[in-house]
Design a protein around this ligand. Structure first.
Ligand code: COA
Length: 640
């Protein structure tokens, strides 16, 4: 979900999009493609939990290159494929550059806990100069609430804050069960990094600061910031009633709208970095910013959102959580640098936006399920008050002419971004995981192949397709790319669209495509994909001062890495889902939550591109899922 070649890259608005003060990293960044920068590295920090996990392997060169050729084939003519094959042969020659780079990687893997993560901590996130909104920070939409009064919304908010604190206590005391993949325990570091972390803007590079022992949250309303102390005199968590009182106080103190300082955090990192330097020249502003950064998380009490024509409520919620609806709605009621911002709309649209650097979506989703259950159980209701005599502290900001100008620029930019995102959130309720499993098929692979089929239906051409696979079985593991576009997925799409093919042919092609995807998935989760290894080789070339090998500019690499479909499964038990923006200007993003009887999808495209449309893609996806269901159901009947 990180984009170096976003539509904004060429505009004057963000100027030179990528820059780094680091002499070693700088040249690398200018040579990386978007697919490579989609890599989400480990966030190494001092709080690493020692789980004695194995190290991320470096795959054998031949293994990766053979696999790469297979994934490049759908995007090449026969002649182009022959030429790419020749180039790969030269690259992998025993005395060639490939062997030298491979050796470098193997050595690096021996001397570091994770050969990839340190390289990428900065380059994928903290040197990334695009706005974090849409391009990097996903939104997680929670089940829609129905607040009849402001009081009800505040009760929900108080319960949410206390539920997060309950979960934090479990994390801090190592009481949460270790996630498993089959028999393998997964790296749990990301759980420790989502609460209390903040991204700090720099002029050329950002940094992360981590405050796990903080005792306060920041609540926003009408663009005002308030520090709320969560612990009483004896260091006990305050009660629901006490917190509710604080929230009521905040509402009373923030009836008028304040200047939207927070909107600055939605701008490009260069713009925000400069504005931040201006902002903190004033000591009072600096102190306020520090309190926000040091908070455990943010709670944004939003105003209502105006719907677009024919927009469903889940889609409105997705927009609200991704960008706040722009400067005229809730765009200023944010501090996007904070790892987690819970957003609680007056009209019952709720969820969170999270800054991606420290964590993948799945730990955030697990925490969200805990919060949702705890709120529904009303677990804090009736708990006694504790000795506590604090009131919410307003965090003031002084706005000079420079800051006012920066706010105007950021407001214009956030509006362009908000208008530029074409979002459709779909609740698909014809069937869910149960039906797919009953067919002895992998639900995730089934959905991925449906996405492939949908893209082919709309565009009549293979769509390079990114899916995240967790590599958390390794120390500091984050993700590897599953290249879902395959010879088999395209063969399946063509078979489905061919009226001369029988139902049996279609089912055979479907099972082959799904099996192929599942095989790739397992390999990727074990660290044997294509993209991370090819990236490592390229970074090795840069570090060794070698010319970037020709394979990286060959059409086989360029086209297979131009990820027109950027996808991820983020599963919650509750009726939630995640959404984010596409990786490429002519692409789609699709995040989904497969549940037993239904599937939630967050689908997006960019309005500026004439070839893409979230609604058209959604329609094609619904038809594809239903067609796939029907051919399987028919085959089953004919066997009976
Ligand atoms: N027949 C019957 N059931 C099957 C099956 C088959 N052939 N294949 C799989 N299943 C079952 C599984 O046993 C599993 O059962 P469960 O629900 O009881 O656990 C279920 O179907 C789901 O399996 P599947 O859909 O194959 O895949 P998955 O849940 O393992 O998900 C990934 C695959 C790649 C999404 C997942 O492993 C992953 O990496 N997730 C993290 C992605 C990520 O990091 N995203 C965040 C980026 S911000």
């Amino acid at each position: 979900m990180l984009h170096l070649e976003s539509p904004y890259c060429d505009t004057k608005m963000y100027g030179r999009a990528i820059a780094s003060t680091n002499k070693i990293l700088r040249p690398k960044l200018f040579n990386l493609t978007r697919a490579e920068t989609s890599i989400l590295p480990s966030f190494l920090n001092a709080r690493n939990v020692s789980q004695n996990l194995p190290r991320l392997p470096v795959p054998a060169l031949k293994q990766t290159l053979d696999k790469f050729l297979l994934t490049a084939k759908p995007h090449l003519s026969d002649k182009e494929f022959a030429s790419t094959t020749e180039l790969i042969k030269k690259f992998s020659d025993e005395n060639g550059i490939g062997a030298k780079l491979q050796k470098y990687l193997v050595e690096k893997a021996k001397s570091t806990e994770n050969w990839l993560s340190e390289w990428w901590l900065h380059s994928a996130y903290l040197d990334f100069r695009y706005p974090v909104i849409i391009h990097s920070s996903p939104a997680l939409v929670y089940p829609i609430e129905n607040f009849k009064t402001e009081h009800e919304r505040l009760v929900y908010s108080a319960r949410l804050i206390l539920a997060v604190m309950e979960y934090k206590l479990l994390i801090d005391n190592d009481k949460i069960p270790t996630d498993m993949m089959g028999k393998d325990p997964l790296d749990m570091n990301q759980y420790k990094q989502v609460i209390g972390t903040c991204r700090i803007p720099g002029l050329k590079r950002d940094k992360l600061e981590y405050y796990p022992t903080s005792k306060h949250v920041v609540v926003m309303h009408n663009n005002h910031f308030f520090k709320v102390h969560l612990f009483g005199d004896n260091n006990q968590l305050i009660s629901e009633n006490q917190l509710l009182q604080q929230l009521h106080d905040i509402m009373e103190q923030s009836v008028a709208t304040a200047p939207p300082i927070g909107i600055l955090t939605s701008d490009s990192r260069d713009n925000w970095g400069k504005a931040y330097q201006q902002l903190i020249k004033d000591p009072e502003n600096e102190a306020s910013a520090k309190e926000i950064q040091k908070s455990l998380f943010l709670v944004c009490l939003d105003g209502p959102m105006s719907p677009l024509p024919n927009e469903n409520r889940k889609t409105i919620a997705g927009r609200q959580l991704l960008h706040g609806g722009g400067s005229k709605q809730n765009g200023g009621n944010r501090w996007y640098d904070k790892t987690i911002q819970f957003i609680i709309g007056q009209d019952g649209l709720v969820g969170l936006n999270y800054e991606h650097s420290p964590s993948e979506g799945q730990p955030v989703a697990v925490i969200s399920d805990y919060i949702y259950e705890s709120i529904k159980k009303e677990s804090g209701k009736g708990k006694p008050d504790v000795p506590y005599n604090k009131i919410p502290e307003r965090l003031p900001f002084n706005v000079n002419d420079e800051i006012q100008k920066a706010i105007l620029v950021a407001s214009k930019n956030v509006d362009e971004q908000a208008d530029g995102l074409d979002l459709f959130c779909l609740h698909f309720d014809s069937f869910g995981k149960d039906f797919i499993k009953s067919q002895k098929l992998s639900p995730d692979s089934f959905i991925q192949i449906a996405l492939q089929y949908a893209f082919y239906r709309v565009h009549k051409t293979p769509g390079a397709h990114y899916e995240s696979a967790a590599t958390r079985k390794y120390a500091h593991g984050r993700t590897e790319t599953i290249r879902s576009c395959s010879i088999e997925s395209i063969d399946f799409a063509k078979t489905m669209l061919d009226n001369t093919k029988s139902n049996a042919d279609k089912v055979t092609a479907l099972r082959k495509a799904i099996d192929g995807h599942k095989k790739y998935t397992v390999e990727a989760m074990n660290g044997f994909g294509v993209d991370r290894h090819l990236l490592g080789l390229k970074l090795a070339a840069m570090e060794l001062g070698e010319k970037i090998p020709e394979i990286y500019s060959d059409p086989g690499y360029v086209r297979s890495a131009h990820m027109r479909i950027s996808t991820s499964q983020v599963a919650t038990k509750c009726d939630g889902f995640m959404c984010f923006g596409p990786l490429v200007p002519d692409g789609y993003a699709c995040c989904y939550n497969p549940r037993p009887k239904d599937i939630n999808f967050g689908i997006s495209a960019f309005t500026a591109h004439p070839d893409t449309s979230a609604v058209k893609f959604k329609d094609a996806l619904v038809n594809s899922l239903n067609d796939m269901h029907d051919i399987l159901a028919k085959t089953q009947k004919s066997k009976m």
